[in-house]
Write a protein that binds this ligand. Structure first.
Ligand code: NAP
Length: 375
């Protein structure tokens, strides 16, 4: 079976005729990555520990922002003889099932079900199904998988799960109502592209912030009413004329959806409607890997005390979100099948294109959507 992995370097062990090994840079850190071959795993369906388990073959996978810190840590700490297979989303074919597995059979296509905070089965970990989604053969408890219909292509399915489950969960918690004004930050992050796509059929006004105007036409076509450019190095974003105008026009934003709270909350929270009803939800932070790069992150904006004071005085709800429920993912799959929800796929790589795949996923400012690696 195959893996796409960060390798300990120098790659004396891995650099043979079968394996493909490439070097590249990420955030100033040198990486050695490879498409590696290893022995197939064995699966005995009759073994008691496999009664509820499923053997799958990964058809295609993708990586998320969260994997970046894992990759950088591996690049920094791995010994020469080791490798770390990465990736967190996938689409796979079911090869075999244990006798107690229900609703799945060989030949079905499945994606990761990252239900959190409970997996639904005692002893089975909640959250992401795997941090090694590039490992071609894997065994999972059936609760960690969800069947996906044939109408959803491998390219879309391989980048679907974490973004769809998280965005649908955030919008469920916000209880978004038709006619409301929603501000989505970091518009071109994958998470925000999922959110924007999920808002398209909800009858709301979507405003978005981004560090550049690149792909403005695409964002407007996805239903964004106005794209506002922000400068991350500028302290006071409330002086940006377009943001002042949006605040005046709307009387205050109803909901902010923010994948990077440490970039945005202290500079955008006062745009929320004051008095009552404003909601802010976040699913993540920007500063996840400075330990491995040595680049210092400088928080800007209101201090925690002022954030909480603003929330308290204005009855604002501050909502945290970590992935979502099975029902969120199923709803996204159903909406996708019915043409009400789409996934932005940037590009698809395969074969020896290891460097191209990782470079496009993490280094390219031209990326617009998920980057997929297909076996
Ligand atoms: N807890 C959960 O369940 C969960 C699930 C999914 C995601 N997340 C979190 O959501 C966040 C986004 O993940 P993702 O995979 O969607 O990320 P991503 O696609 O890699 O985000 C890249 C985008 O971030 C923005 N950005 C990058 N550098 C920036 C800077 N210096 N200043 C301002 N903006 C910058 C840019 O947006 P623009 O080009 O628009 O400026 C860029 O396009 C992460 O924190 C991740 O951990 C959490």
């Amino acid at each position: 079976m195959r893996y796409v992995a960060v390798c300990g370097s120098p790659l004396l062990k891995f650099n043979d005729s079968q394996n493909v090994v490439r070097s590249l840079e990420m955030e100033g850190v040198n990486l050695t990555c490879g498409l590696l071959h290893g022995r197939d795993i064995q699966f005995d369906p009759q073994a008691p520990e496999n009664h509820c388990n499923v053997l799958v073959k990964i058809l295609a996978f993708s990586s998320n922002y969260r994997d970046k810190s894992i990759i950088l840590r591996a690049a920094t700490y791995l010994s020469q003889q080791n490798f770390y297979a990465f990736g967190s989303d996938f689409v796979a074919e079911v090869l075999a099932v244990g006798p107690k597995v229900e609703g799945l059979q060989p030949g079905d296509r499945v994606i990761n079900n990252n239900q959190y905070p409970n997996s639904g089965i005692e002893g089975v970990m909640p959250g992401v199904t795997t941090n090694h989604s590039s490992k071609e053969l894997q065994i999972f408890h059936q609760v960690k998988l969800l069947k996906i219909p044939n109408s959803i292509s491998d390219e879309v399915a391989a980048g679907f799960s974490i973004g769809a489950q998280t965005s649908y969960s955030m919008l469920r918690k916000l209880k978004v109502q038709p006619g409301e004004n929603i501000l989505v930050t970091a518009a071109k992050s994958n998470t925000s592209l999922f959110v924007i796509n999920a808002l398209k059929h909800r009858g709301v006004n979507v405003y978005a912030t981004s560090t550049s105007r690149k792909f403005e036409d695409k964002l407007l076509a996805m239903g964004v009413k106005q794209l506002i450019q922000i400068d991350p190095s500028q302290e006071d974003w409330l002086q940006i004329p377009e943001l002042i105008q949006v605040y005046r026009e709307t009387g205050g934003i109803d909901c902010i959806v923010d994948p990077f709270f440490d970039l945005h909350i202290g500079r955008l929270l006062p745009l929320l409607r004051q008095g009552e009803g404003g909601r802010y939800v976040t699913c993540g932070l920007y500063e996840q890997y400075s330990t491995y790069t040595g680049h210092h992150f400088n928080y800007q904006g209101m201090a925690l005390k002022d954030v909480m004071l603003f929330a308290m005085i204005n009855n604002v709800q501050l909502i945290g979100n970590c992935v979502g429920k099975t029902a969120d993912l199923q709803q996204a799959i159903d909406d996708c099948t019915q043409g009400k929800f789409t996934v932005a796929v940037d590009s698809v790589f395969s074969g020896n294109q290891i460097r191209e795949f990782i470079d496009r996923t993490y280094n390219s400012r031209k990326r617009f959507g998920k980057v997929i690696f297909k076996y």
